[in-house]
Write a protein that binds this ligand. Sequence first.
Ligand SMILES: [Zn+2]
Length: 231
Amino acid sequence: MKFAALNGERIEPAPRLKAKCPFCESEVIARCGKIRVWHWAHKSTKHCDHWWEPEKEWHRTWKNLFPNEWQEQGRRDQDGELHIADVLTPQGLALEFQHSAIAREEVDKRTAFHKDICWIVDGMRLESTINQFMDALKHARPLNSSGAHVYEVYYYDSRFLKKWSGLNAPVVIDFGMDDVWVIGRSLENSALMYTLKKTALVEQFKQGNRPPPVQIQRTPQRRRHRGLRRF
Ligand SMILES: [Zn+2]
């Protein structure tokens, strides 16, 4: 975690500091080493949010695009179980930055819990992910649309794309470029995707907006036509 509680303040880790977890109030210790990003760790090894993943620089870079007060906001489900959103905007939009592999069941659970959520996934963790996606793009089909350029990207061998498809929330894939790829709709064998400037995406997030879905419109006079709603 980036924040702990000390004397009623949210504070960031610094060497030899001790504080309390803002959620479960147990003791947390500042871990300020050279390998991992500086973070707070529960003294007892168990984290009070079962879904918490160890943070990388990649998480922090994304989180820091948003005000401190929005970061690491916890909410409890009806069973009292704690779920900490990486970012929770004042409008109630939860942002989850996912670096590690995660079971689809977990993704569905978190999506159902937060409802108004957008996943931002690190596409750079495995070289195979990048290569498979590049391959899939070679066979992608541009679609006519009124807004952004939409591509129908077939899953083929892109296990990553297949895995993140069909979710009841938008998924943004970060390949470390100025533009991110958005899964705007999932079909049986393909995903309808478009790119967005990362800076524009962040501005939309700050207003509580998610990247829009790709609309499939059917007009009676013409064969199937697909269009994209703008922001
Ligand atoms: Zn805790």
